[in-house]
Structure formats: structure tokens, C-alpha cells
Design a protein around this ligand. Structure first.
Ligand code: BES
Ligand code: MN
Length: 444
């Protein structure tokens, strides 16, 4: 196997699942491996402790007058469950059909390491980089980067830079270079409805006592109108109107037709806000999503019970210029005012992330397009992303710097799901992309 793949396989073997406290040692070992890799490249490397998982920062020798580029990535991964649906061990990477199969292969270890190895190759062949480089790698992205904003504030001077680049987003189709210029934001919460003090016999009490599971179904149903629009008062107040040039441009992007959405998802049908295409719904419109719902008997057969409680986990994807705190306030008001009678509601606010949008035709945007063109030998498409990387807007708020999103994640990469994969081809393209990017960004 070539050394680049060897390195990626070593990186992928760490079960760096940030959300799982039993895996804290694996996350740490992964950070240590990364530090050793970066030190072997003769970069200045620092491992910074946080209350949870460490931040890794690495730099070349900075030269006055040169542009400073930060490359951000995350070495933590999502949990692997359900494990039995994997065709191979998520932490024993394998190559099949030209793809690397492992948790984190795409999100984000493969994409992130491509930047590291691109830099390694420039240093090996040219001795020096065309820019002042700061690598910033965190181990908490998949849990909402709870400690990174404080780290940025504390290290603002040391992290001063002109532009940030990230490969942790999508590529619309194989071989189609994709520049992201927007991300959705997010706000999450959990609601618990509590009824009787304990589970009840549904024959003795059913009909006379409110059922929390039925109540939660009503409550969840109240979030949307029948046509898919969100029914929360004021939810769309700050939504920036999708521009005609974007709609026109997106209509020519390959890989995102309704038929592609059907194929990639395996869903029997598409559904969403009227008058928007699937790509527009995902890239430029907000959502209210049920991530989990439960309560009552879940076992085999039937059980005549009236459950004491039921819960729902909700998340809302946000677009410019919606504000997560403002939306969560409206969500809480909605849930409280629509809560059916006879139950108490308890709402817990989870994590937040602001939406992001930038100009893909800015000076740096053009440099990113040129790098994508060079690495893929094809014309880049410009999209917004449906996913969230909350730290991107925080970079702008704290460091005052914009971010280029150079995505290498294919629609069928199965990120966050069983059988995550990354084409070897994309890994190699990512290494070329890094080199082209630093070259472009180093130009006057
Ligand atoms: N890399 C993804 C986000 C992503 C993937 C953006 C593909 C665009 C295209 C990232 O690791 C992620 O999953 N983020 C979470 C953020 C959340 C935990 C705050 C998300 O979007 O759910
Ligand atoms: Mn990611």
C-alpha cells in the first residue's frame, strides 16, 4: 500500500468517537498520533487540553509579508451504531471497489488528512510552503465544538490569519469539483411530556387520563402544515430570500435533481416546502426535524399500558439570517402553547450553530475555484450546504475571517451512517487540491 493510504489507515483505526465518554482514551490516542505525524513533517506542533478532547495546532515557520492560511478539520467521528449493518469493522479500514470503508473515512479523517499529506508533499518536493500555514484540528466537532470558541478567543492573536479552508462538506457528484459558500445553522432541543406518576393499566385508566405518547404525536404534528411549511409563529421572519442567480446556477448543478435524491436516499417519495426544488430545500430553506421520538411499550406483541411519559428530540436547520437563540425562543413558545391538556412539558435546549454564507466570487473564492479546477481538471460548481459546521460562523465572529469549503464528501459516502466510505480517488484528489490551493492562495 502507498504511504498516504498507510497513514490514512492508521488514522482511521482510532475509534475517536467524541460523544462516547468510554472512548475518551481513543480520542486522545488519535490526537497523539496526529501530533506525531505533524512533528515528523517538521511543523511546530502544540496539543492544547480542553475540558474534553484536545485541540491540535501546527505551523510552519511563518515569514512576514506572506499570506496566512488556516486549515481546519476534525479528528473525532460519529458513533458506529447500528454496528450489525456494517459490511466490515468500522475501525479496521478496508478498500473495496475503489473505496476506503471505515468510520471517519470521509467525515472527516480522509478529507482532513489529504490536507496534511498535501503539505507533506510540498515540503518534501519544494522544502517550503508558499504560505504561512496554521493547521487547526479539533476532537469535538461531532458534539458541537463546545470548547473551540473559547479556544479561539484565548488564542486570537496566535490564530490570526487571512483565510480559512475546510474540506468537510459535500461534492455533488464524482469528479465534479464543488465549492461551498454557505452552511445551514442548527438549534436542537428535547421535549418530555409527563403524565401520570407511573405507567398505568390502559383499561383501568385509559379514556380518563391524558396519554403522553398520544400528546407528543399531536405536538409534533403541530410543527408543520400539511404542505410541509413550518407552522411555528415567526419562524420564517429572518429567512433571506433565495436569489434568482442562485436558483438559476443550481438548476445546472449535476447530481442534485429530484431523481438523484430519490436514488441516493432510497426513499419512496420526496416531500418538502412547495415551490422549491430538493436542492433549494436543502441548501437554502430551514427545517424542523424529528430526530427521535419515543414513549410507551416498544417490545414484542402488545402491552395495554398508558405510559407515564414520552419524549421527542428535535433539531432545526437554519439559513441566513435566522438566529439560533431567537428560533429556539419561538420553538419553546410554540411547544408550550401547543402542548395538549393533561400533561406537563419540559424542554431542554441542546446545542446551537449559526448559519453561514459568503461570496464565492471574492478574491479567495476565486482562488479556491482555480485550485478546484486544477485538482479535478473540471469546472467547479458553487453550492450552499445543507449540513452544519457551526464553527465556521464563529471563525468569522471571533477571528474576522471567511472560510472556503472545498468538499470531497460524495452523496453516497454514508457519513454518520453504517458503511461510511471515501473513494481512493477523492483522497488522492484532496492531496492535489491542497497543493493547488496553497499555491493559489500564496499568489499576490
Ligand atoms: N461534515 C459534517 C457537515 C457536513 C457534511 C456539511 C456534508 C455539509 C455536507 C459535520 O461533521 C457534521 O456532521 N456536522 C453536524 C453538526 C452538528 C453536530 C452541530 C451536522 O451537520 O449535523
Ligand atoms: Mn464532519
Amino acid at each position: 500500500m502507498n504511504p498516504a493510504l498507510e497513514d490514512l489507515f492508521s488514522f482511521l483505526r482510532f475509534a475517536s468517537v467524541s460523544t462516547d465518554s468510554n472512548r475518551a482514551m481513543d480520542v486522545r490516542a488519535c490526537a497523539d498520533w496526529l501530533c506525531a505525524k505533524l512533528r515528523a513533517m517538521k511543523l511546530d506542533v502544540e496539543l492544547h487540553e480542553t475540558p474534553r478532547h484536545p485541540v491540535v495546532v501546527a505551523r510552519n515557520a511563518h515569514v512576514a509579508g506572506r499570506r496566512t492560511v488556516m486549515i481546519y478539520g476534525h479528528y473525532d467521528v460519529q458513533p458506529v451504531d447500528p454496528l450489525d449493518l456494517w459490511h466490515s469493522d468500522p475501525f479496521q479500514p478496508e478498500i473495496r471497489d475503489g473505496r476506503i470503508w471505515a468510520r471517519g473515512a470521509t467525515d472527516n479523517k480522509g478529507q482532513m488528512l489529504a490536507h496534511v499529506l498535501g503539505v507533506e508533499e510540498i515540503l518534501r518536493t519544494q522544502g517550503e510552503l508558499p504560505v504561512n500555514l496554521i493547521f487547526l484540528f479539533e476532537g469535538e466537532e461531532e458534539i458541537g465544538s463546545p470548547n473551540l470558541a473559547a479556544f479561539l478567543t484565548e488564542n486570537r492573536d496566535a490564530l490570526r490569519c487571512d483565510v480559512i479552508a475546510i474540506s468537510d462538506t459535500g461534492m455533488v457528484a464524482p469528479g465534479v469539483p464543488t465549492l461551498g459558500y454557505g452552511l445551514r445553522g442548527i438549534t436542537c432541543c428535547e421535549a418530555i411530556l409527563r403524565g401520570p406518576k407511573g405507567d398505568l393499566h390502559s383499561g383501568l385508566f385509559g379514556g380518563a387520563v391524558a396519554n403522553p405518547a398520544a400528546a407528543i404525536a399531536r405536538l409534533v404534528a403541530s410543527l408543520h402544515h400539511a404542505d410541509g411549511r413550518i407552522a411555528i409563529d415567526g419562524f420564517y421572519d429572518d429567512v433571506r430570500t433565495l436569489e434568482n442567480w442562485e436558483r438559476e446556477m443550481w438548476s445546472r448543478v449535476p447530481g442534485v435533481a429530484d431523481s438523484d435524491f430519490l436514488k441516493v436516499t432510497g426513499s419512496p417519495g420526496l416531500f418538502g416546502e412547495p415551490a422549491y426544488t430538493s436542492a433549494e430545500r436543502v441548501w437554502a430553506r430551514p427545517t424542523a426535524e424529528v430526530n427521535g421520538i419515543g414513549g410507551g411499550y416498544q417490545g414484542e406483541g402488545s402491552k395495554t399500558v398508558l405510559p407515564a411519559a414520552a419524549f421527542v428530540k428535535l433539531s432545526f436547520r437554519l439559513v441566513p439570517d435566522q438566529d439560533p437563540a431567537n428560533i429556539m425562543h419561538k420553538v419553546k413558545q410554540h411547544l408550550e402553547s401547543h402542548c395538549p391538556p393533561g400533561v406537563n412539558i419540559e424542554i431542554t435546549h441542546g446545542h446551537d450553530g449559526k448559519p453561514y454564507i459568503t461570496d464565492p466570487h471574492s478574491r479567495f473564492g476565486k482562488a479556491a475555484q482555480a485550485a478546484l479546477r486544477a485538482a479535478f481538471n473540471a469546472e467547479p460548481v458553487l453550492i450552499r450546504e445543507g449540513g452544519s459546521i457551526p464553527i465556521v460562523q464563529t471563525f468569522r465572529d471571533i477571528l474576522g475571517v471567511d472560510t472556503l469549503l472545498l468538499g470531497l464528501a460524495l452523496p453516497d459516502a454514508q457519513i454518520h451512517a453504517p458503511n461510511e466510505n471515501f473513494p481512493v480517488e477523492n483522497f488522492e484528489a484532496g492531496i492535489r487540491l491542497n497543493q493547488a490551493l496553497l499555491k493559489e492562495l500564496g499568489k499576490d
